[in-house]
Design a protein around this ligand. Structure first.
Ligand code: SAM
Length: 220
């Protein structure tokens, strides 16, 4: 199935951000943490950067699981970051999770993060290489990288089946977003080609669920 880009990169509408923040992504977000543990089995005590953090559910889960981690979380949508700030303050974690309102490709970020991660951002970007170039620029040599995203299904029928399976009871705005995201997602081969173009082909790409792919490894 041919890719259809997302209508908008940022999720900056208040109702869209709130519906996203209230949705239950625990299954895929826990999978994300499990994949990180595969990459880094010990407790992580360094500096991590999360690109396209949305309402910060992953930074919060990461901070609970890795009490020594310090996290910078970036998103271009102020509506998402307002919700993220509330959630972080509710847990008293504002000293460990810092939010940055920045649009990718971001400039001026430090280049020495020990880990750079991202969940569900890649398919939003007009130019997917913006993500890979930012990761290469922000991570220290040997930094851990984990990028998870949706995997584009083979057919529109398979998209409809996944929306029915995973978002049957979700609000309409979320069903619409999930449908658009599956159409905008990349295939394994497309992601491998993106990595090769950025000299990041040491990272591995694999399917990790019926609807997700993951890119994992360490920076050169
Ligand atoms: C599907 S959400 C994922 C949020 C979060 N990572 C999660 O897993 O729940 C994608 C996020 O990427 C942000 N985003 C999209 N394009 C961006 C860009 N060019 N720069 C910064 N953030 C962007 C959106 O605003 C949105 O919050």
């Amino acid at each position: 199935m041919k890719r259809t880009p997302e209508p908008e990169e940022l999720m900056d509408e208040a109702d869209q951000a709130l519906a996203y923040a209230q949705a239950d992504f625990s299954e895929s977000n826990e999978l994300f943490l499990e994949l990180f543990s595969r990459l880094h089995p010990e407790p992580f005590t360094g500096r991590m950067l999360d690109l396209g953090c949305g309402p910060a559910d992953i930074p919060l889960r990461f901070a609970r699981r890795h009490p020594g981690a310090r996290i910078d979380a970036l998103d271009g949508a102020r509506a998402m970051l307002d919700l993220a700030q509330q959630a972080i303050e509710a847990e008293g974690l504002e000293q460990r999770i810092r939010l940055h309102c920045q649009y990718l490709p971001a400039t001026g970020l430090a280049g020495d993060y020990d880990a750079v991660v991202s969940n569900s951002l890649l398919h939003h970007l007009n130019d997917p290489l913006d993500l890979w170039r930012t990761i290469a620029a922000c991570g220290a040599s040997g930094a851990h990288v984990l990028v998870m995203d949706l995997l584009r299904p083979d057919s529109p029928e398979r998209v409809d089946a996944l929306v029915a399976q995973y978002a049957a009871d979700a609000p309409e705005v979320l069903r619409r977003d999930f449908h658009a995201s599956l159409h905008a997602a990349y295939t394994l081969d497309e992601v491998r080609e993106q990595l090769a173009r950025c000299d990041l082909d040491s990272l591995t790409v694999e399917q990790v669920s019926d609807r997700h792919l993951a890119v994992m490894g360490r920076l050169p």
